[in-house]
Design a protein around this ligand. Sequence first.
Ligand code: SAM
Length: 271
Amino acid sequence: MADSERTIFAPDDQQDYGDNPTEVRETDKYVEEYVRGFVEKWDELIDWEQRAKSEGRFFIDVLKARGKQTILDVSTGTGFHSIQLLKAGFDVTSADGSAEMLGKAFENGRDHNVVIKTVHADWRWLNRDVHGKFDAIICLGNSFTHLFDENDRRRALAEFYAALKHDGILILDQRNYDKILDDGFSSKHKYYYCGDKVTAEPVHIDEGLARFEYTFPDGSKHNLNMFPLRKDYVRGLLRDVGFQQFHSYGDFQEEGEEKDPDFFIHVAEKS
Ligand code: SAM
């Protein structure tokens, strides 16, 4: 193989967690975790049609009920929510700290006949790169879990808060880690990770790390190291940063209606 081929193909498909993968607990790691091979398969992992069916009009209804029009998607990933919201007529700006993800989102937008406005921005310095104030920020697909340091979580939320208009709202979701930490893992795989050919399961859990493994039909495996956020802890952080009103849903239902949901969605309002 020529050197040029080696350099083109080799690094992009390999994740590197070193000799002790469970010791890797760093906020900055997310950029390397989403290597091209993983990003390409991400859309297989989250089957768009099934996901759209599961979520229904949940986010559209939450936004419309509050009269929100300008939306900043801070964890665009491959673009699922940005594209759904653009198609529904919202004015969407799509940010992410991974250029790899934004590239894929842009391609996906083209395939869905919408043009995505992308901004490459890390949450911790969001307002350096994203300008203007938004009616709503969405941080979905269990993304906030990538922050390993409490200071990074506080800083990111403060940046989100500052990028919102005086009556703006933040919609942030998270896996139900309380259930995994307290009772062990069991998932209906119903909402986010709904591709039936891909398995997603934890290979290590402690109070500081949830390491998940994603196995694809071709036998390839990728991992994500995430911080297991407890629900009340997240609500406390949202309160500390200044949000005044909160509503949490479990798997798109009013809290309490769905026993043991897989995901929580927090809607935090500035006023
Ligand atoms: N929201 C998408 C979805 O639901 O399909 C993608 C979710 S993916 C699990 C998490 C995304 O958050 C990735 O695209 C990653 O690059 C982004 N991300 C993680 N930490 C970030 C940070 N500190 N700043 C900006 N983006 C970040």
